[in-house]
Ligand binder design. Structure first.
Ligand code: MN
Length: 250
């Protein structure tokens, strides 16, 4: 794999003030960045911005929060599916604000998983207040070795964590998880060989500053403190995991 300085497996590059500038910075810094999209309408533009990139990869998505108003874009997503190696942001959101679209969310999620099982795909999955349903649904479709699932900013229970590990999921860890009690407990329960890093930028911050993909560099040290191991060991594990995940599709 190409030499890489950091790994961000979930970043909304197209929601930053100047996405093209950010993409150039990631390339210059050799910062691997998975640029997720929230609607299939954004796919082509993101692909165009990242077309000569070595370090920035684009993911095709339909965010569960948007399924209520954009259910009809599922057709467009189906159309682009064959071009995409990475899929996200997808998943389910069980919070009260999106309850009314819960049934449509499930339909969209299942359809995407059904199509993902046809050829090799890496998925970055949202599961806020829906971790049980997300994992049960993933379990059905991850019978196919074609799907490699990454649970992004996971906030479910330790029982859910164990089940997700059993079906082969990876977990991408961001700064917010490092500072919350629940996040730290989840990290304690994750084996090193399933850990990746992410920002979920620009929706998260560090020290009230806007976060950038290359800021994931500071995460391994915190993980090493939580897991009482060396930073070296965590860095090495993340590098190995990233290599496995990326080489699943590239
Ligand atoms: Mn996100």
């Amino acid at each position: 794999m190409i030499e890489t300085s950091s790994f961000d497996f979930h970043c909304h590059v197209d929601l930053y003030p100047d996405p093209q500038k950010l993409i150039r910075e990631c390339e210059d810094k050799k910062a691997f960045t998975l640029a997720v999209t929230t609607t299939p309408k954004a796919w082509r533009q993101n692909l165009e911005w990242a077309k000569n990139c070595k370090y920035v990869q684009v993911a095709l998505g339909l965010h569960p929060e948007l399924v209520g108003e954009r259910f009809n874009e599922l057709e467009l997503l189906e159309l682009y599916m064959a071009e995409a190696n990475f899929i996200g942001e997808i998943g389910l959101d069980g919070s009260s604000r999106y309850k009314s679209s819960r049934e449509s969310q499930q339909k969209v999620f299942c359809r995407i998983l059904e199509l993902s099982a046809l050829t090799k795909k890496v998925l970055t999955v949202h599961s806020r207040e829906a971790s049980v349903d997300v994992i049960n649904t993933l379990e059905t479709y991850m019978v196919s070795d074609n799907i490699l699932g990454i649970l992004h900013w996971f906030t479910g229970s330790i029982t859910d964590v164990k089940k997700a590990l059993n079906i082969g999921c990876y977990f991408s860890i961001n700064h917010k998880m490092l500072s919350s009690q629940k996040g730290r407990l989840i990290i304690q329960n994750l084996p090193l060989d399933r850990i990746l890093t992410e920002t979920d930028g620009p929706f998260t911050s560090t020290k009230n500053q806007m976060i950038f993909p290359y800021d994931t560099k500071t995460i391994p040290r915190f993980i090493s403190e939580i897991k009482r191991t060396s930073e070296e060991e965590v860095l090495l594990a993340i590098r190995e995991n990233a290599k496995k995940v990326i080489s699943h599709v590239i």
